[in-house]
Write a protein that binds this ligand. Structure first.
Ligand code: ADP
Ligand code: F6P
Length: 324
């Protein structure tokens, strides 16, 4: 079956994530090594519909593994959610000789991949998001870089917070998921960690905690607040009014999504890019690559999307115990 496919495409879709370039590079080089041509589709599904399609050679992906963002660009495309848009996308793939497509993105992007697969274009997804919120995998491209960036930023805020004996609320990304907040909360030794999956909106509990810590002589109080909870600035105002302790909010924002990928993100993204290319060239379709139970695997997209993922209870309990 191998090498029946002569040309594949690759695109990045949804939010960019550090390590996407390593995945693109791996797709291109693994395919070329098998004698398969690669076309890069710019700006996700929008670029496909606009026919922004370029040939990728070995040299096209030189000097990118260390760069954040995605050299292909990314976008969100409403038209691709319609049957007409998906049919047009499949027709354009056929016109350009693209028989298989690697889609690097999140759950929404897999829906698009699934639609193309139904219309005769073989598709394989790779999990690319800093949020770690894809159920079929313990690893997503960009999470490791994002948590390391956030961790370093939070350490810096802590220095000034301690010097002024202030309370700090630091908001981290993650959309509706609390993984970045949980990891930073533990790694930065935060006093409170607010996760959308767990937070009971009991601000009085946080206020009591701040007052009791101050009585014990703690000079800082770090609260990691997940984006899914938000409202950090108004929360800071309320906490300051209730405790009498100066309280500042810092929203880390997009800095968490940029920057040079960590070794882990470069390595895992490279393996996933090569793996996706291998199974695409074997004739597989409608699959998504994941890392689970210590190994790289692939799952049916429908099954992957139906899987559920939550904050591991034991990790959450430990985060609470260590913050006391
Ligand atoms: P992510 O892939 O990170 O979850 P989005 O949810 O924004 O990000 O999805 C990225 C893109 O995938 C969307 O802009 C759209 O083009 C495509 N997409 C999302 N949902 C669907 C769907 N149900 N059917 C087809 N395409 C979709
Ligand atoms: O999914 C990655 C992410 O950075 C989320 O953490 C955040 O909620 C969202 O994307 C922001 O999206 P946008 O780039 O559209 O503002």
């Amino acid at each position: 079956m191998a090498n029946e496919i002569k040309t594949i495409g690759v695109l990045t879709s949804g939010g960019d994530a550090p390590g996407m370039n390593a995945a693109i590079r791996a797709v291109v080089r693994q395919a070329l090594a098998k004698g398969v041509n690669v076309k890069g589709i710019k700006k996700g599904y929008q670029g496909l519909l606009n026919e922004e399609i370029v040939d990728l050679k070995r040299s096209s992906v030189s000097d990118i593994i260390q760069r954040g963002g995605t050299i292909l660009g990314t976008a969100r495309c409403m038209e691709f959610k319609t049957d007409e848009g998906q049919q047009k996308g499949a027709d354009i793939c056929k016109e350009y000789g693209i028989e298989g497509l690697v889609v690097i993105g999140g759950d929404g992007s897999y829906r698009g991949a699934q639609a193309l697969s139904r219309k005769g274009i073989n598709t394989i997804g790779i999990p690319g998001t800093i949020d770690l919120d894809i159920s079929c995998t313990d690893y997503t491209i960009g999470f490791d870089t994002a948590v390391n960036t956030a961790m370093q930023a939070i350490d810096k805020v802590r220095d000034t917070s301690s010097s002024h004996e202030r309370c700090s609320i630091i908001e981290v990304m993650g959309r509706n998921a609390g993984y970045i907040a949980l990891w930073c909360g533990v790694a930065n030794g935060a006093e409170d960690i607010l996760l959308p999956e767990k937070y009971d909106y009991n601000e009085q509990g946080i206020i009591n905690n701040i007052i009791s810590n101050r009585k014990k002589g703690k000079t800082h109080h770090i609260i990691i607040n997940a984006e899914g909870i938000g409202h950090s600035t108004s929360m800071a105002r309320r906490i300051e009014a209730a405790t009498g302790i100066e309280t500042r909010a810092t929203i880390l924002g997009y800095m968490q999504r940029g920057g040079s990928p960590t070794c882990k993100d470069r390595f895992y993204a490279s393996i996933m890019g090569a793996y996706a290319t291998d199974i695409l060239c074997q004739g597989k379709t409608n699959r998504v690559v994941g890392y689970r139970n210590g190994e790289f695997q692939d799952f049916d997209i429908e099954e992957a999307l139906a899987m559920k993922k939550d904050i591991p209870e034991y990790q959450y309990e430990v985060s609470r115990a260590l913050a006391m």
